[in-house]
Design a protein around this ligand. Structure first.
Ligand code: SF4
Length: 406
């Protein structure tokens, strides 16, 4: 019921707040850090780069997240390329293939750009033949002979990566179809990352990482282990959006503080991630020129967050922790005997509520078997709630998910 109303209320208050703050502050964000403005002053405008693990490749610190129909965003892709956003991330499943097909259209039009683009795609397939089929389809759709980095999508258990997968990755590399191999992870991320650091054949990992997750001991250890092992790390979900939308005073004060300093809270959250040099790149969905420009501006801007800024972000994360699932699926799912994919459902809610993309949340949610969805409404979550480190109202959220996304 009320979630969409909450989103509207949230957006309205935020709009009023920004209006009250005045056009001067907002203007400064785009003139102080506007990439075009930099160009007109003759300063370099290319996004900084960082090494991607031990691959020998330097990638831009900002990646184009392509979980959208990229055929509708060819101009945005063109501009992203020109500004140095040359790491492009997609997946075989995004928008039913339209994301990869849009990139194919782009590369057909600008084939000379291919060698400067670090192209990443992912497959959900859990058989080697399925991976091979998905890879060939991705190559065909994107009109390219090779993928720079091929991910297994959404890894939740490192034991799923066996010697056969290793041999598969090696074979595809020697065939020239992929250059590097790794996985993305949304749940049990720290365990997956630590496990990968011991394997010795994982080139890159894309994981949820933001001002909420980056300070835990587990995540610090996982990042450090991967960096030591030479695994390139790409951060996603860097805005830390959750399952419950809030409009707290702290949030508005925080946004005001950052605006006075010349950047938005969204830009501040990117800066918080870039503060860690072990993170090679932030992957961000940029469906329009405004968001692209804002993210590029943040990447070009050299102002760092102060210690106080970081503290305030941490404080805000702590205050709102009950609204944000951090993906430690083993903790709550073992409490419901593995019957309910709690972490996955939380992700659906995040897409619907925090991203405002109800359809995406719904499509993903409806992949959960009907029998499991029925069980979700009658399961007792009290043990899971007791164990949840974020103290989330799991039962309430599961029932809301069934109501909103079925
Ligand atoms: S609901 Fe709580 S325990 Fe379960 S994955 Fe999310 S944060 Fe972890």
């Amino acid at each position: 019921m009320g979630s969409r109303m909450i989103v509207k209320k949230h957006n309205r208050s935020r709009r009023n707040f920004l209006k009250a703050l005045g056009a001067a502050s907002l203007g400064s964000i785009f003139t102080a850090c506007n990439p075009s403005a930099e160009a007109s002053e003759g300063r370099p405008q290319t996004i900084p780069t960082r090494p991607f693990g031990k691959t020998g490749i330097n990638v831009p610190i900002l990646a184009f997240g392509g979980s959208l129909d990229t055929s509708m965003s060819l101009l945005v892709l063109r501009q992203a390329f020109k500004w140095g956003v040359t790491y492009w991330d997609t997946a075989n499943t995004y928008m039913g293939g339209k994301s990869e097909m849009g990139i194919g259209k782009y590369l057909e039009k600008y084939p000379e750009d291919r060698k400067r683009i670090f192209l990443v795609t992912k497959s959900y397939a859990w058989t080697l033949s399925g991976l091979s089929q998905d890879l060939d389809l991705s190559l065909e759709r994107m009109k390219t002979d090779y993928i720079d980095l091929f991910f297994i999508h959404s890894m939740g258990r490192i034991s799923d990566l066996d010697d056969e997968t290793k041999a598969w990755a090696h074979k595809k590399k020697s065939q020239g179809k992929i250059r590097f191999f790794g996985f993305s992870t949304h749940s049990n991320m720290e365990a997956c990352m630590l496990g990968a650091s011991k394997l010795g054949w994982i080139d890159g990992i894309m994981m949820r990482y933001n001002y909420r997750l980056m300070h835990t001991d587990e995540m610090k250890r996982a990042v450090e282990a991967c960096a030591t092992a030479g695994i390139g790390l790409t951060a996603m979900k860097t805005q830390g959006g959750g399952q419950v939308n809030t409009d707290s005073d702290t949030e508005l004060k925080l946004a005001g503080r950052f605006l006075q300093k010349g950047f938005t809270d969204a830009q501040a959250k990117l800066k918080a991630v870039w503060d860690n040099p072990d993170i090679s790149c932030v992957c961000s969905e940029m469906p329009n020129m405004t968001i692209l420009m804002s993210n590029v501006a943040a990447a070009l801007d050299k102002t760092k967050l102060s210690v106080r800024d970081t503290e305030l972000l941490r404080q805000y994360a702590q205050e709102t922790r009950q609204n944000h699932c951090v993906g430690c699926a083993d903790i709550c799912e073992s409490a419901v005997h593995g019957k309910i994919p709690v972490s996955d459902v939380m992700r659906c809610l995040m897409y619907a509520r925090s991203y405002g993309n109800h359809q995406r949340g719904k499509t993903r949610f409806q992949k959960i078997p009907v029998v499991t969805r029925r069980q979700m409404t009658v399961t007792n979550y009290s043990m899971a709630e007791q164990r949840c480190p974020q103290e989330m109202a799991i039962g309430k959220l599961m029932r809301e998910a069934v109501e909103e996304l079925s």
